[in-house]
Design a binder for this molecule. Structure first.
Ligand SMILES: C[S@@+](CC[C@H](N)C(=O)[O-])C[C@H]1O[C@@H](n2cnc3c(N)ncnc32)[C@H](O)[C@@H]1O
Length: 380
């Protein structure tokens, strides 16, 4: 028989503890220590300077939800399982919390351990009571002003966004033909992970990364590190086709000569009024571009055919109804962390875009996973 009280008890305990436990795994690099095979709890505790029995209990809890698995060591001489040696190994989920793995979400887990984020989420009641963001209430500053003054936290935030973006970039690339553009500008493009991927996939494409100084500085470090390795996401071919530009999209967006204007996972951070300013500045940049010769990447403009500018908003669209959907949780995260940000319905996007001088030409939705991301294509 269904016991609803127990289900609520289960939700309360699991949600709070799972998030913290994953953060601890990321912080202590526990998954990294298991990359070469199973290890005993005693060895892991020694490597991570933790209390062996407490670590065992944490790993046992996580193994019950598919993060790590407990394995027993066989005593070869006695041909039986030695129950006293408690060992753990990686599972596919635990592998993603390693630091140097493809699509690693370790940085995202670290972000959930930042004091400023925890304070904001603990203070969510304030947002529900007032409609204002609890991040500012708890930490004294709006999130991007706060990050601008806290380099260490900004680095973790930017890397977390980059982790998230890396894991969805192949999906987005498969949903849209970016080769139709000469030059794209990624507005609020963070560390430039998405831009680097589409430049890599489209050899004739030029790109501009536009973001606040803290993000562009992170991007510069990442780009120079990658180019030094020259075996990562970026190579000299990409670097020569790319410019990194610092700025504030509320003041202006540079007239770059771009014909593709990408705004990915940015609009969800803002209320309609602020999002409207970003979109109107984007419209102005499109118009300035077509009337001025001061394009940043003029060489590319001169060499390629002229195309009309398009705006691509890459974001989650809130579906109707009661079905489970991760975006309903992200929406509350936006309420708590950002300046009245929200996950918008299709209707809300339409109103916002029309009010800012754009016409939607098509909406492409991801099928697998369904609706996780959509590309809203619009023209002035
Ligand atoms: C949620 S992150 C998304 C980053 C990236 N587009 C992605 O999908 O990974 C929002 C981005 O907006 C940038 N941003 C916030 N305020 C900005 C401003 N006033 N001007 C330019 N960029 C800004 C942040 O620095 C951050 O990189």
């Amino acid at each position: 028989m269904q016991n609803l009280g127990l289900e609520i008890f289960d939700m309360l305990t699991r949600a709070q503890l799972t998030s913290q436990a994953i953060y601890i795994v990321a912080k202590l690099r526990l998954a990294d220590y298991l990359k070469d095979g199973p290890k005993s709890v005693e060895d892991l505790a020694q490597e991570t300077k933790t209390h062996p029995d407490s670590l065992y209990r944490l790993l046992r809890m996580l193994s019950s939800i598919g993060i790590f698995a407990e394995t027993k060591k066989e005593d070869k001489e006695q041909q039986q399982v030695d129950q006293s040696i408690r060992r753990f190994e990686l599972t596919p989920m635990a592998s993603l919390i390693q630091s140097e793995t493809k699509n690693s979400i370790r940085n995202f887990a670290l972000m959930f351990g930042l004091e400023s984020f925890k304070n904001a989420i603990d203070d969510l009641l304030y947002s529900i009571q007032t409609g204002e963001n609890s991040f500012k209430h708890a930490n004294g500053l709006e999130i991007y002003d706060y990050l601008g003054r806290n380099q260490k936290e900004a680095q973790i935030f930017n890397s977390a966004m980059a982790s998230l973006t890396s894991s969805v970039t192949p999906l987005i690339s498969s949903m849209y033909d970016f080769s139709q553009f000469n030059t794209v500008i990624d507005i609020g493009g963070g560390q430039g992970i998405f831009l680097s991927r589409i430049l890599k996939d489209n050899a004739k494409l030029y790109g501009v990364l536009f973001d606040l100084p803290h993000a562009i500085q992170s991007a510069k470090k990442l780009y120079s590190r990658e180019s030094a390795n020259s075996n990562g996401n970026l190579d000299h071919g990409i670097l020569s086709r790319c410019k990194l530009v610092e700025g504030d999209f509320f003041k202006s967006i540079p007239a770059t000569g771009a014909d593709g204007y990408i705004i990915k996972n940015v609009i969800l951070n803002w209320d309609d009024q602020s999002a409207g300013i970003i979109l109107k500045n984007c419209l102005r940049a499109m118009k300035d571009t077509s009337s001025s010769s001061s394009s940043i990447i003029s060489e590319n403009q001169a060499n390629r055919k002229k195309t009309s500018p398009k705006l691509l908003i890459i974001d989650t669209i809130m579906p109707e109804g009661n079905e489970p959907f991760i975006g309903k949780f992200t929406d509350i995260l936006m309420l708590s962390l950002t300046h009245k940000g929200r996950i918008r319905t299709e209707e809300e996007f339409r109103k916002l875009l029309v009010g800012s001088g754009f016409e939607i030409t098509r909406i492409i939705r991801s099928h697998d996973p369904p609706n996780l991301l959509s590309i809203i294509e619009a023209i002035p």
